[in-house]
Design a protein around this ligand. Structure first.
Ligand code: SF4
Ligand code: FES
Length: 254
């Protein structure tokens, strides 16, 4: 199949001014794309051609290519991770596009995720949010039996649903407020539903929300765009969980 790509090219880190001054869309034609290629394999083919011509390849983030690491997200035709629901960019295949399609590819756009180069953004703001408390402290020792601490099935299911977040940032990129509440809500909800998460429950909720605000992410205004594009289909109810946990933490504090 043939495709025409319009890809954001940017040689240096964002300047935080008008992003249009930092780079531009560049048009490329590909004639030999197999419909079974993944979107990233199609970009590999483009890059091989660019390298052969002595041009700079397109920089894009990727690692697992199995939908589990969260590094590969880009905006495809204005939709985070492209047209298939519940699918990361690396798991998207070219058969999802028509022969002759014109496709627009851009990096995430959010003040807290500055563009490093081309389609690569710096998502270390998410790392700092996780460092603020998205973990449990445990005393090391002999491993315990997996069923030593019973967890009610309903709680295990809620925790597991939230734990599937891969930290890709699509929720932020798709939100008009660049809100990270689906991501942070997933972390808070995950631990709040497990017995192991109870010890640091209040400090976790407070610290994660404070770090999220400090990183410059916006507020949630119930647009539901985050839920629509999340490749792991994390539901917006985790944001309600986060808000409840934050209010609870404040009440316990006072
Ligand atoms: S909540 Fe979904 S969209 Fe947001 S970072 Fe996690 S997996 Fe990605
Ligand atoms: S490359 Fe790991 S989720 Fe896409």
């Amino acid at each position: 199949m043939k495709v025409t790509l319009n890809i954001w090219r940017q040689s240096k880190q964002s300047t935080k001014q008008d992003f249009k001054q930092d780079g531009k869309m560049v048009r490329y034609e590909l004639d030999d794309v197999a419909s079974d290629m993944s979107f990233l394999e199609m970009l590999d083919v483009l890059n091989e051609g660019l390298i052969k011509k002595g041009e700079e390849p397109v920089a894009f983030d990727h690692d697992c290519r199995e939908g589990i690491c969260g590094s590969c997200g880009v905006m495809i035709d204005g939709v985070a991770h492209g047209p298939e629901k519940g699918t990361t960019t690396c798991q998207l295949h070219m058969r999802s596009f028509q022969d002759g399609a014109e496709i627009y590819v851009e990096p995430w756009r959010a003040a807290a995720f500055p563009v490093v180069r081309d389609l690569v953004v710096n998502r270390s703001a998410f790392d700092r949010v996780v460092q603020a408390g998205a973990y449990i402290s445990v005393n090391t020792g002999a491993p315990k039996d997996a069923n030593a601490i019973p967890v009610p099935k309903a709680d295990a299911d809620r925790a597991f649903d939230a734990a599937t977040c891969i930290g890709c940032g699509a929720c932020v990129a798709s939100c008009k407020n660049a809100s990270a509440m689906l991501f942070v809500g997933a972390k808070v909800s995950h631990f709040a539903h497990l017995p192991q998460g109870q010890v640091e429950r209040e400090t976790r909720a407070r610290n994660l929300v404070e770090q999220m605000d400090a990183e410059g992410f916006g507020n949630c205004t119930n647009q539901y765009e985050c839920e629509a594009v999340c490749p792991k289909e994390i539901p917006v109810r985790v944001i309600a969980d986060m808000n409840r946990e934050f209010v609870r933490a404040k009440a316990v504090e006072e």
